[in-house]
Design a protein around this ligand. Sequence first.
Ligand code: MF3
Ligand code: CO
Ligand code: CO
Length: 323
Amino acid sequence: MAKRKRRPQIDPPPSPPVQRGLVSPMRTVPAAIERPDYALTGVPSDRQARAIRTPDEIDAMRVAGRVAADALIEVGRHIRPGITTEELDRIGHEAMVAAGSYPSTLNYRNYPKSLCTSVNEVVCHGIPDSRKLADGDIVNVDVTAFIGGVHGDTSATFLVGEVDEASMELVRVTREAMHAGIGVTGPEARIYEIGRAIEGVALPLGYSIVREFIGHGIGDQFHTSLQIPHFYEKRNDTVLLPGMTFTVEPMINVGSHRIGMWDDDWTVVTQDLQRSAQFEHTVLITEDGHELLTVPADGVPAEVLFADVRLGVDPTPTASTAD
Ligand code: MF3
Ligand code: CO
Ligand code: CO
């Protein structure tokens, strides 16, 4: 990759702040689909999860990861200026249900939707609503599927129409930062190496890294106690071991790392209203390195398929033209 210079100054955000829309009632999931423990109550079990997955769990996680990755791509194919995030939620919900999975976010701690849509200055956990995506928006779609007793969690930031160059660069750097973080994982690596690698990509270019939301262990529980910061923290020196499964999901900001929260108690935004991007994969530590678990059936993940694609302007990619 060509050397990029640190951005000399930060321009005002290219669009006005995101306006919230109306949130439709919760969707239902057919009774035949297996549900996670919190589906009825909204409260996940707080039992301590094992750090190492069994071979059967790992097989199941490849399936859950594939279902989530396929649903994410299906949503991506429908993104264009004018579509509502509510409609993206419906598409993702139906894709996950059609594959026999439960959309993990649905009623997780009472979250009301089947995926998260985080637009522009929204950092994460944006709730799909009646707002239409506007030409020039960026939107992160975060999809988690539960099937076979385990979860798979993946997200990508998509370009809606004619996105400005600064936002395109933010999205590129965030994708590169996620892959840099994943790239250092393997047996005997320490958790802080992940954050150090992400910082190595994002900080020299003048971006900041969100601190309050981090990657997490994942398996039969959506979020386990294993913590994966996206910044260097020396005391996070846990050694990675084969069979561990966790997410790497950096949120990278154009301006300050500081965040705020909407009064819906979910939507996390940058304090300075500058844009934020995010990508996420679920990762398995293997005997000789790592394996991405959130890979779609045809092998080309959303962040590759849709890289630099301005949806609604450029032709929508198909897997066969991506390779
Ligand atoms: N998928 C998100 C993550 O990466 C979590 C969403 S939880 C929700 O961890 F409740 F906000 F949906
Ligand atoms: Co996620
Ligand atoms: Co996650």
